[in-house]
Write a protein that binds this ligand. Structure first.
Ligand code: ADP
Ligand code: MG
Length: 562
């Protein structure tokens, strides 16, 4: 991806060139400013005519203004390049990330947040601290050495040696010191902090707050230590840079003084050359940090790439809409990342248009996973799901989801009003329509009632009923519901189930449920067990089979009687 980064930067060729030109001018005018001051001091000591001093001072002012102006231009343009670059990096990352929501469950939310923020922020420095400084340093030094050459080849040589030292030896020392970046520790800290905050109540109830706080404290200390090391490193770079700069100036003074004494150099220029040597090293300071910034950028891209492997672009076709829709699963399997067992294994089934199918089975048997496959949230690891003989993975997802009314096991609610949360399902619905579905799901709150973030002020049952209200509102041809009524009271559940069957009379319905008593009203029942489709058939067929469904059913009846 390093190559991709460079390409993204070069996208802005004009600005990159402008920034580099401004940077070089700013470096050179700084050198010129000091050279001029040195010259002015020496010249003034010789009592020249006043107009010479005047001219020299005017030049001094000019260089001063030019330095500030070019520095400003450099900052302005290079930041513009950086902002565009960073937005390109973010876009690239998100474009890869968004289509693979199923991948995200494998990551801790703190970790994800970190990658999106810290890692992208690290890359922000890629242009300003990796790509840009060598060019500026090279140009500025090259011009300055040429300038010095004009006065004395030997002094130019000393300057060149100084440059080689700062640009190679100092970075080499730092590489040798081998530093650890702070990012992994910072990641660990955010993860722990996120766990601590999310789990605060549970930790409190289980008397585990202190333990968690302790581990947070340990990581935090670790982080501070690494951060301090990082600062120390930066300090030492400044030290070495200053040291070499002074050493070079020292040699220039000594050797220069010798040349003056033997008459090969005009004493007038000595102060100027010394000040030049002292200034030119400023532009070499960033070079020392370059390897570590490069390494940081590499690690950051690796982490970003790890979470978002390059997506293989697939042509998506429109859904050939010869309604009504039917679904076919052919040998469908799915395994979660980092797990050994398949959550869904070799499932074959068909769901005819208009059919009402219930999926039942013990907890953890793979019902929700199959559900996610059916709604194309997950893609099968092997096998294929078809809608009207068209492979699901070849269909444009927007069109696919437009045909589905979905109620997930856990549904999201946004902070806002009840109305806004319902309009998600049907943006153009009128208030009457909204009120009607609210009545149908027995919600007595008004449309303007406030909903907190994540539906924090809604009970489990209210959330489920509102999610069901969204299904009723959207009213597409395919209804898919994952345990929609588990948190509502038994009486309301019966009502809602009846509403589902009457309102969805003409629809294809796939319903995951634990409640087996009512299933006589469904056309067919799929029984999942250990990821496989163990039994399927009508309610009566399954009961007479005396298999898993029969056992589960009898158990439930016995429990209900108690
Ligand atoms: P059900 O809905 O029937 O209760 P699920 O489909 O949710 O079952 O889960 C099936 C299996 O997959 C279970 O063993 C569960 O532990 C596992 N599983 C579910 N979600 C994940 C996940 N995100 N990562 C890894 N394993 C998972
Ligand atoms: Mg489930």
């Amino acid at each position: 991806m390093m190559k991709a980064l460079i390409q993204m930067i070069l996208h802005d060729k004009k600005d990159v060139l402008l920034a580099m030109t401004a940077g070089t001018i700013s470096g050179l005018t700084a050198v010129a400013l000091f050279a001029q001051s040195g010259f002015l001091i020496s010249k003034a000591a010789l009592m020249p005519p006043f107009y010479i001093i005047l001219i020299l001072t005017a030049f001094l002012k000019l260089f001063g203004v030019a330095k500030s102006a070019s520095k400003y231009a450099e900052r302005y343009i290079s930041h513009r390049v950086t902002f565009r670059f960073i937005s390109a990096v973010r876009m690239r990352f998100f474009k890869k990330l968004v289509p693979q929501t199923n991948l995200l469950y494998a990551y801790k939310s703190g970790d994800l947040l970190n990658r999106i923020t810290s890692d992208v922020d690290l890359l922000q420095h890629f242009f300003l601290r990796v790509v840009y400084p060598p060019f500026i340093a090279l140009f500025v030094f090259f011009a300055t050495i040429l300038f010095t050459l004009w006065f004395s080849p030997w002094l130019a040589l000393i300057l060149m040696m100084g440059f080689i030292f700062t640009s190679t030896v100092v970075p080499a020392i730092l590489i040798y010191q081998k530093s650890n970046t702070t990012v992994p520790v910072k990641n660990a800290f955010t993860n722990e902090a996120a766990e601590y905050l999310y789990g605060y109540r549970d930790l409190q109830l289980h008397y585990q707050l202190a333990t968690k706080e302790q581990s947070l404290q340990i990581i935090s200390t670790d982080y501070s230590r690494l951060k301090k090391q990082e600062l120390n490193r930066e300090q030492s770079i400044h030290f070495w840079n200053q040291f070499i700069s002074l050493l070079t100036a020292f040699f220039i003074v000594s050797v220069g003084a010798y040349f003056v004494s033997i008459g090969t150099l005009d004493g007038l220029y000595l102060a100027m050359l010394v000040l030049v040597a002292l200034t030119v090293f400023e532009s070499a300071i960033p070079l020392a940090m370059l390897p570590s910034h490069y390494k940081n950028a590499q690690e950051a891209t690796a982490r970003l790439d790890a979470i978002a492997p390059p997506a293989s672009p697939t042509e998506r076709m429109p859904l050939v809409s010869n309604k009504p829709l039917h679904i076919t699963c052919e040998n469908v399997s799915y395994t979660y990342q980092n797990t050994l067992h398949s959550a869904v294994l070799h499932v074959n089934c068909t769901i005819a248009a208009g059919e009402k199918v219930a999926i039942v089975g013990p907890s953890g048997s793979g019902k929700s996973t199959l559900f996610q496959l059916l709604i194309h949230e997950f893609k099968p690891i092997s096998g294929e799901i078809f809608i009207n003989e068209q492979p699901m993975r070849s269909i444009d997802e927007q069109e696919l989801w437009a045909q589905m009314s979905i109620q997930l096991q856990h549904n999201h609610f946004f902070s806002g009003t009840l109305r806004e949360n319902l309009l998600l399902a049907k943006p153009k619905a009128t208030d009457e329509e909204l009120q009607q579905v609210l009545d149908q799901v027995f919600i007595t709150k008004s449309l303007t009632a406030i909903v907190y973030e994540k539906g924090g002020n809604l009970s489990g049952g209210e959330k489920q009923r509102l999610a069901f209200a969204r299904v009723l509102l959207k009213n597409s041809d395919l209804w898919l519901l994952d345990e929609p009524f588990t948190s509502v009271d038994a009486q309301t559940e019966v009502h809602l189930f009846n509403t589902l069957l009457t309102k969805g009379k003409d629809k294809t319905i796939v319903l995951i449920t634990h409640k087996l008593i009512d299933l006589a009203k469904m056309d067919r029942i799929f029984v999942m067990n250990n990821g496989t489709l163990a039994e399927s058939g009508t309610f009566d067929q399954l009961l007479t089979q005396h298999g898993l469904f029969y056992t589960m059913y009898m158990q439930q009846i016995r429990c209900d009687k108690k």
